[in-house]
Design a protein around this ligand. Structure first.
Ligand code: NAD
Length: 439
């Protein structure tokens, strides 16, 4: 099958490379010429485990190409996937569909009749209908538009794409369903569940999935607050409820609040859809508020841990990306935390295994350290914000020795209080019993 992928970001590049690996001929388009030049020179625009090798091998086999020219990609394609960004619109949180509609207008001019247009971008209910309308306005006679939302997670994107929990396809006619079935054939043969439904249901399924996961995170974060008030341990509560199959253990890790390119914007977009439909979604609305408040509260948590007064203090921060195994800084909890620390007069030395470049675009006044020990050197407190594996087995004695204040604020509950205290560190996790009034 010949596939065009419009948008070569996290989703477009990973999906394009995986489709090529399934044996399809894929041409990835992006309007960012620096990105395409880089990819044509073998340079990955994002940091994602396994991606470079996968791209290289498929390029070498002639199955994967990159271009800025939509015509080149689309003219021979039997299916065109749209994987452009759908960021939250400033002010109201509505999904901004400018990139999607722009892409549709461009591809309409050059696509063959009968080519299936598939939205992989996360788009609100009804977007497929508007795409159909645009295609007709642009003179396309044979219109097939499907919704195929993507559920991959950054940091595990290739494994998620190749071994998905499910594939969701929203399509109104048999031809479109057959094309999608053919594209996903290797997964189909591997018995990955494929849910065929109508387009609007597929569009909504993606938002419902992300909103539910956001609810789960905010729920356990509030339980963590309760644990701190009543002297209980959220790790054990999470395990105790997560072992119940009806609940499941995933997304029950208390922390500094969720970030990333999906949950914050998708929950807001779901609320916009609900408002437009005149249906209140109180649980999701509250989840958004709980999460926003939580991210903002992390500065006070650090301030309280050092006994108040951040002015002139040096704070080491471990982890900047919104989660491990990615350099994605979008909506990362580290951003409001670090900005807040700096606003209150602290100096921040931060270390992330891969996200310094991305972090430098959004954070001012941060000193980037060469490793975790350098970030801790001379610090009044060390704060773990992102649970990279390399932060899980730090030499706590060595850290403590080089720190000025001996405070470890562990926003991801990577360490136990006992081991931190053995190294001479005052420890503060999240939801791990009563918080000390000051360290
Ligand atoms: P991204 O910002 O990393 O990539 C989007 C790319 O599209 C950019 O490179 C941009 O230059 C390009 N683009 C925009 N308009 C274009 C056009 N007209 N022609 C060609 N290229 C164009 O975005 P992303 O993280 O890959 O997300 C894409 C979509 O997938 C979003 O709707 C997102 O919500 C959804 N999604 C993302 C993830 C994730 O983990 N990142 C997971 C599932 C779904």
């Amino acid at each position: 099958m010949r596939i065009a992928m419009i948008g070569t970001g996290y989703v477009g590049l990973v999906s394009g490379a995986c489709f090529a690996d399934f044996g399809h001929k894929v041409c990835c388009v992006d309007k960012d010429s620096a990105k395409i030049d880089g990819l044509n020179a073998g340079l990955m625009p994002i940091w994602e485990p396994g991606l470079e090798g996968l791209v290289k091998s498929n390029v070498d086999h002639g199955r994967l190409t990159f271009t800025t020219d939509v015509t080149e990609a689309v003219k021979a394609a039997e299916a065109v996937f749209i994987a452009v960004g759908t960021p939250a619109r400033r002010g109201d949180g509505h999904a901004d569909l400018t990139f999607v509609f722009e892409a549709v207008r461009e591809l309409a001019k050059v696509m063959r009749p009968g080519t299936v247009v598939v939205t992989k971008s996360t788009v609100p209910v009804g977007t497929g209908d508007r795409i159909e309308q645009i295609l007709r306005e642009e003179g396309v006679t044979q219109v097939s538009v499907a919704s195929n939302p993507e559920f991959l997670r950054e940091g595990a994107a290739i494994a998620d794409f190749k071994h998905p929990d499910r594939i969701v396809v929203g399509a109104g006619d048999e031809h479109t369903r057959e094309v999608l079935k053919e594209i996903y054939r290797p997964l189909f043969l591997n018995r990955a569940p494929i849910l065929f439904t109508d387009r609007r249901t597929a569009e909504l399924t993606k938002y419902a999935a992300n909103a539910f996961l956001a609810v789960k995170i905010s729920f356990i974060n509030e339980i963590a607050d309760l644990c701190e008030a009543v002297d209980a341990d959220v790790q054990d509560v999470a395990r105790g409820i997560g072992l119940d199959n009806r609940i499941g253990a995933k997304f029950l890790h208390a922390g500094p609040g969720y970030g990333g390119s999906c949950f914050p914007k998708d929950t807001l977009a779901l609320l916009q859809t609900a408002d437009a439909a005149g249906v209140d979604q109180r649980i999701v609305r509250t989840t958004v508020k709980v999460n926003d408040d939580r991210k903002a509260q992390m500065v006070e948590r650090v301030e309280r841990a050092i006994g108040g007064g951040l002015k002139g203090k040096r704070i080491g921060v471990l982890g900047l990306a919104f989660k491990p195994n990615t350099d994605d800084m979008r909506e990362a909890p580290s951003i409001p935390l670090i900005r807040g620390l700096i606003e209150r007069g602290a100096k921040v030395a931060a270390y992330d295994p891969v996200a310094h470049h991305e972090a430098d675009q959004v954070l001012e006044g941060v000193e980037f350290s060469a490793d975790a020990y350098a970030a801790a050197n001379g610090a009044d407190a060390l704060v773990i914000v992102t649970e990279w594996d390399e932060f899980r087995a730090l030499d706590l004695d060595k850290l403590a020795e080089s720190m000025r204040g001996k405070v470890l604020v562990d926003l991801r509950n990577v360490y136990d209080r006992d081991e931190a205290e053995r190294a001479g560190l005052a420890y503060q996790g999240v939801g791990r019993g009563r918080l000390p009034t000051s360290a």
